[in-house]
Write a protein that binds this ligand. Structure first.
Ligand SMILES: Nc1ncnc2c1ncn2[C@@H]1O[C@H](COP(=O)(O)OP(=O)(O)OP(=O)(O)O)[C@@H](O)[C@H]1O
Ligand code: SF4
Ligand SMILES: [Mg+2]
Length: 342
């Protein structure tokens, strides 16, 4: 059996801070296959961008992979040098549309020169071929092709986002990571960007990791997904698994807090409390303080991400994953005597 395009296993990422190491990602595991759209969802600060940056070797200077592996087609890449990331991974294998695109373009270079440099590092395209290709991409993302010679500051915020998307698509990478790709765009443009990304999958078999806080967007546009909470992957599986049968309390409550197109009348839920910041080694379920069904066991160790109902593709990190659906149904059904149903 051939290795998946991307396999992340037990990945722990920390940031050094003056208060000690902060664990931004703890023991995360997931895979993305060829032409698969994978959604990574969770509240602000749960570690989504940290994972995105780690997958292109672009962690902030104080960030590091503490343990675990990132494998691209079976080759471990987490310990690559800057040169290896540049020559062997970025742009032609994995490209990132970063969350804050504004700072990711070199302000001193014309866009055309930046594109030619990328093309010449990774391909044997001539300068003219590289420029033609970049003009094509400008058209695809709705920018006038003659603007390729402009400097980053000449583009508005939304246009810079599209320039970044053009660069990310430039060398037909196998995997595009789109970190909140549409936050800087208006609704019409958001729609257009998603159509471009879909076209890519049809044309080039491209895979995507779509990062967002919006679980309904993931249900609509992805094949599989992971729900993160405070650095831990709470649940992962196909979008059908997580939509029809979420088994982690956080996935259930997160789903309830977003409108459902198939049930517009449903009342939206809220999730009380805030996620903890995790210092050093993680030794409990990160959702324990907020979970309606927490028991003593939940703070004694970190729940491992384990198969649900024997399905290796649907995994949950909850000690009570086999009973949580029942607990949820019990608690949402008012008791006949008008009690609290508990
Ligand atoms: N350079 C850094 N130094 C220290 N802590 C950091 C650094 N970057 C991120 N963090 C912390 O790591 C955690 C994860 O941050 P990250 O940016 O990955 O979250 P996110 O899920 O992308 O959030 P958002 O939805 O707001 O973009 C947060 O607690 C954040 O404060
Ligand atoms: S392990 Fe415990 S605290 Fe964590 S989600 Fe499951 S029931 Fe809730
Ligand atoms: Mg982020």
């Amino acid at each position: 059996m051939s290795a998946p395009l991307l396999e992340v296993e037990d990945l722990t990422i920390q940031y050094s801070t003056s208060e000690g190491p902060v664990t931004a990602v703890s023991n995360a595991s997931f895979t993305v296959d060829r032409s698969e759209y994978f959604g990574l969802v969770g509240e602000s600060g749960c570690g989504k961008s940290t994972i995105a940056k780690a997958l292109v070797g672009g962690l902030d200077d104080n960030g590091y992979v503490e343990s675990g592996t990132i494998s691209l087609r079976g080759t471990e890449i987490q310990d690559f040098s800057e040169r290896e990331w540049n020559e062997e991974v970025r742009w032609d294998d994995i490209s990132l549309i970063p969350q804050s695109s504004m700072n990711s373009l070199d302000p001193l270079g014309r866009m055309s020169d930046q594109a030619v440099e990328i093309a010449q590092t990774h391909t044997d395209m001539t300068r003219e071929e590289a420029l033609d290709r970049f003009r094509e991409l400008f058209e695809i993302v709705g920018l006038q092709p003659e603007r390729i010679d402009e400097y980053p500051h000449q583009f508005s915020g939304g246009m810079s986002q599209r320039v970044i998307i053009a660069l990310a698509l430039y060398l037909d990478p196998d995997l595009i990571i789109a970190d909140e790709p549409t936050t800087a765009l208006d609704v019409i443009m958001q729609d257009q960007v998603f159509r471009h990304l879909d076209q890519l999958r049809d044309e080039f078999d491209t895979s995507m990791i779509l990062i967002t806080h919006d679980i309904s967007l993931v249900f609509e546009s992805c094949d599989s997904m992971a729900v993160m909470h405070a650095g831990q992957i709470a649940e992962t599986g196909s979008v059908f698994d997580l939509y029809d049968e979420p088994r982690h309390p956080y996935s259930i409550l997160l789903q309830e807090s977003f409108p459902d197109v198939s049930d517009p009348e449903r009342e939206l839920g809220t999730i009380d409390g805030t996620p903890p910041q995790l210092f050093g080694d993680v030794s409990e379920c990160s959702f324990a303080d907020r979970c309606p069904w927490a028991v003593e066991e939940c703070t004694a160790s970190e729940p491992p991400l384990e198969p649900i109902d024997g399905n290796p593709d649907h995994r949950g990190a909850c000690f009570r994953r086999d009973e949580v659906h029942e607990l949820y149904e019990r608690d949402r059904t008012p008791s006949p005597a008008g009690g609290d149903g508990a």
